[in-house]
Structure formats: structure tokens, C-alpha cells
Design a protein around this ligand. Structure first.
Ligand SMILES: Nc1nc2c(ncn2[C@@H]2O[C@H](COP(=O)(O)OP(=O)(O)OP(=O)(O)O)[C@@H](O)[C@H]2O)c(=O)[nH]1
Ligand SMILES: [Mg+2]
Length: 278
């Protein structure tokens, strides 16, 4: 495997918190998901997470207000650019936990699965990667076209990076927060999961796939365009594998956190309490 763009990381040199002390940050990118948030928040294991961060893409519905109604302690960020990738980069940068879980706001990823991802990290994985296509996983949301595209792109990554992934383009994943500089999300759109999966492979990290069941988007329409976004994914794969450049230095997006009065960078989340994984 060509690893000339990202150096291998020895995670044995990193000290990580015990299960009883690990704080979990849940990052949820939102773009006009007000109608879906009640379902998503109803399934969040609040007593087990440290913070919930909604990263909004300047929704024109009342996504932010609904999130706050559902969970007054929610941290709300406004992304500083465009696209899901940029939203996740903002959320990752702002997270204060030891473990980061990323999931979608449309009801297709079930927050009740969070413990499965955390379990995988405590069994030794650096990165817990959701998979709809391994035993125990499934999807009622994916279309035949997307299924074929995902299969092709997944096979391309496995061939080029020596991985054995079963599901490349899936938005439900978890990882140790200390890996942020390695993952260094610096893309804008739906290629973000691919970028992350490829960078963890290049860094030689321990990846565990976690079976996950994807449900149907409840309300609203997808923002993903299979052909346009499939081509972006392919370009990302080829750039990460063949481009003659070092991985850019870790970037930090400008994170704008909203309190109820307006933008701030200093919202105190100390009252959220520590995670309580037994
Ligand atoms: N902040 C932000 N969130 C976004 C953006 N684009 C998509 N999202 C969120 O990212 C998540 C995934 O987007 P979806 O449109 O559901 O994409 P998808 O899951 O591939 O498509 P479906 O399966 O059809 O729902 C959802 O929570 C969206 O609200 C964006 O530009 N900014
Ligand atoms: Mg979706």
C-alpha cells in the first residue's frame, strides 16, 4: 500500500481514557431537518453522551429552534462553508469529548446503535466504521443506483488501499478524538466519509466495522446527487492515492457557536456532565 501521503500513526503511544471516564461527543450535521429531529433526539442515549453538537448549514426551516426545544443543552454551530464535509469538519473541531460519533439527522441512522460503536473502540479499534453490508447490517434507504455506485467505489478503495471495507459511503462512524489531525477533514461534500475511510487506512489505523441498519429518511429530500457526488468520491479516492502531494497540514475551520442570543465562541457546556459507560 502506498502511504506516502499520510504517515503511519502508532496509537500505542497515545493514552486514552477508561470506559468510565470517556466523554462522547455526538456530531449531527443538519440542513433543513426540523421535521426529523424529534425522531432522532428521541432515540439519543442522553445519559451516556457528554455533548450533542448540531452543525447547521444555514437551514431555512426551524431546525435550530427544534433542536433546542428537544434538548436545551445542545450545542449549535453554524458551519463556515458549504456541504456535509465542511459541517463535519466544524463539528469535529468544536468537539470536547474523547470519542466522536457522527450520525445523520434524517432518521436513517439510529442513535440507539451508539453503544455498539463505542464498544468497538473499547475493544481496541481506533475507528469504528458503520457497515450496512456486513452480517447484521442492512438498509431500506439505499437505491439500486447508489448500491451499485457504492459497491464499485468500495471495491476501488479496497484494491488501491489494501482495505477490506464492506461499505464505503456511510455516514455513521465513531473514532477517538485524538485522531482528528490524522483524519483532517478538508473536503466540502458527501465525499467526506470516503476521505475519512481512506485516511485512516493510509495511517495504518485499526478499523473495526460495526453492523448498522439504515432506515428510510423520514421527511424531506436527500441532498445527495448520485452521479455528481459519486464522481466527487472517485476523485477523492484517486487524489488520495495518486496525487503527488503531502497531506495538507491540519486545518481548523472557523467554528461559530450560537448561544440563544447570537454567535459566540465560548458556550459553556460544563453542565452536561461526564459520560457514564459502565
Ligand atoms: N450542515 C449541513 N448538513 C448537511 C449538508 N448536506 C447534508 N447535510 C446533512 O447530512 C446528513 C446526510 O444528508 P442526506 O441528504 O440525508 O444524504 P443521504 O443520507 O446520502 O441521502 P438519503 O439517504 O436520501 O437521505 C443529513 O443529516 C443532512 O441534513 C450541508 O450542506 N450542511
Ligand atoms: Mg440520509
Amino acid at each position: 500500500m502506498n502511504t506516502n501521503h499520510t504517515s503511519q500513526i502508532d496509537t500505542n503511544q497515545i493514552t486514552r481514557p477508561s470506559r468510565s471516564r470517556a466523554r462522547i461527543s455526538v456530531i449531527i450535521p443538519t440542513l433543513n431537518e426540523a421535521a426529523n429531529l424529534p425522531h432522532v433526539f428521541a432515540r439519543l442515549p442522553f445519559d451516556e453522551v457528554f455533548e450533542i453538537i448540531v452543525v447547521d448549514g444555514h437551514s431555512t426551516d426551524d431546525t435550530i429552534e427544534i433542536a433546542r426545544e428537544l434538548y436545551p443543552c445542545v450545542r449549535v454551530l453554524l458551519q463556515d462553508g458549504k456541504g456535509k464535509g465542511n459541517a463535519l469538519a466544524c463539528g469535529f473541531a468544536a468537539a470536547r469529548g474523547d470519542i466522536i460519533v457522527m450520525l445523520d439527522a434524517d432518521g436513517s441512522t439510529d442513535p440507539q446503535e451508539i453503544p455498539d460503536y463505542v464498544d468497538a473502540l473499547f475493544r481496541g479499534a481506533d475507528f469504528a466504521k458503520g457497515s450496512r453490508f456486513m452480517e447484521g447490517g442492512g438498509s431500506v434507504d439505499i437505491t439500486p443506483l447508489r448500491m451499485q455506485g457504492n459497491r464499485f467505489l468500495n471495491g476501488t478503495v479496497n484494491a488501491l488501499f489494501g482495505t477490506r471495507y464492506t461499505d464505503l459511503c456511510y455516514g455513521y462512524n465513531a473514532f477517538w478524538a485524538d485522531l482528528r489531525p490524522t483524519i483532517n477533514v478538508d473536503c466540502a461534500g458527501f465525499e467526506v466519509e470516503t476521505l475519512i475511510n481512506v485516511r485512516v487506512a493510509k495511517a495504518g489505523l485499526n478499523v473495526a466495522e460495526v453492523p448498522s441498519v439504515e432506515h428510510e429518511r423520514i421527511h424531506g429530500v436527500s441532498k445527495l446527487h448520485p452521479v455528481r457526488d459519486g464522481l466527487r468520491v472517485l476523485r477523492t479516492i484517486l487524489t488520495e492515492r495518486f496525487a503527488r502531494r503531502e497531506t495538507p497540514a491540519a486545518t481548523t475551520p472557523t467554528v461559530r457557536e450560537l448561544d440563544r442570543k447570537g454567535p459566540t465562541n465560548s458556550l459553556d457546556t460544563g453542565d452536561l456532565g461526564l459520560a457514564s459507560w459502565a
